[in-house]
Write a protein that binds this ligand. Structure first.
Ligand code: DGY
Length: 343
């Protein structure tokens, strides 16, 4: 991709690890010398990524790319890593900061879309929507009968949100329409959420014990890995439903399997998995009380396009010497002064 005659010849080199919406690519091409792994459904092989980053000043990456010490060591010119996601557990932020590499994410733009998906899972698990369609497809619908495919009510029940940030707040706002009692558990209290939705702060154990629906929305960190473990699941009601739209490793899948097969809880709706992607033989998918999705929380056309544009804007800012709007590691910005490379 050689630059048009009107552009300066020294535009910063950036690498884009997947095909992205045209709007975002065009924006990047206006400011940068872009190279791209132009595939829709294939993650960039590690060796290709390493080779490309050897020359790049910026990278637009997805959650499928692991940005770690080893990769950074082979990327001496790298100054910015723009993640096309709000979560950034795929990136070793501390290693980036040590090298003065800016890390950015895409907060805000996916809030409502992801809250919608959490609710889609909540409703689908409560009313056995997927299981019910399979009954028809298998020719098993013989007649109407009083307790056929009966599920759980949503209206008027108790919703517990673990990790009430932006998306948690949006999930809570939707719950008002269902006249639900809303509990939340967070590192810090959120008085504005309480005022806005009537949500009440609860301890972790209290929330698990009282909620009919537990929605997990925490970021993945060493502290939240397997937060929902055997002990947490045993505290939930036998009629309760677990929804995970954050990151798979927050839930211990082996413990969840036991909980669902031994009746400690009633159902689970999962958009994320411990090891993604999963295949059709994943043990949890064999259970009728699991609704499983392939990590599509933010996947509306408008939102994914907006996320790509926000990631592009972050990247352009970083490689052209401006502070990116969604900087995850401000310390790296400070360190950058007086450093030309990340070595
Ligand atoms: C995010 O933004 O972190 C999502 O999980 C990707 O859709």
């Amino acid at each position: 991709m050689s630059p048009p005659a009107t552009q300066p010849a020294t535009r910063p080199r950036v690498y884009i690890t997947r095909r992205i919406p045209g709007e975002a690519l065009q924006l990047l091409e206006t400011h940068c010398d872009c190279r791209i792994f132009d595939h829709e459904d294939t993650p960039v092989p590690r060796d290709v990524l390493q080779r490309e980053l050897a020359e790049a000043e910026g990278a637009l990456v997805l959650i499928t790319e692991r940005v770690d010490e080893e990769l950074l060591a082979s990327a001496p010119r790298l100054r910015v890593v723009a993640n096309l996601a709000v979560g950034y557990d795929n990136i070793d932020v501390a290693a980036c900061t040590r090298r003065g590499v800016l890390v950015t994410n895409t907060p805000g733009v996916l809030t409502e879309t992801t809250a919608d998906l959490a609710w889609a899972l909540l409703m689908a698990t409560a009313r056995r929507v997927v299981e019910a369609q399979k009954v028809i497809e298998r020719g098993q619908w013989r007649t109407w009968s009083p307790m056929f495919l009966t599920g759980q009510d949503v209206y008027g029940r108790t919703l517990g949100i673990i990790g009430a940030g932006r998306i948690g707040g949006a999930v809570a706002r939707r719950a008002r329409g269902f006249d639900m009692t809303i509990l939340y558990h967070n590192r810090r209290r959120r008085p504005e959420l309480e005022a806005d939705t009537g949500a009440r702060y609860a301890g972790f154990h209290e929330l698990l014990e009282r909620s009919d629906f537990v929605v997990v929305l925490v970021p993945l960190t060493p502290e939240t890995r397997h937060l929902i473990n055997e002990d947490a699941l045993r505290r939930m009601k036998p009629s309760a439903i677990l929804i995970n739209v954050s990151r798979g490793p927050v839930v211990d899948e082996k413990a969840l399997y036991k909980a669902l097969t031994e009746g400690w809880i009633w159902a689970a709706g999962l958009d994320v998995w411990e090891q993604e992607p999963i295949g059709p033989d994943h043990p949890l998918l064999a259970l009728p009380n699991v609704v499983g999705l392939p990590h599509i929380g933010s996947a509306s056309i408008a939102t994914r396009t907006r996320m790509a544009v926000v990631a592009a804007e972050n990247l352009i800012a970083g490689v052209t010497g401006r502070r990116p709007p969604n900087l995850v590691n401000p310390e790296a910005w400070e360190r950058r002064e007086g450093r030309a490379t990340n070595g």
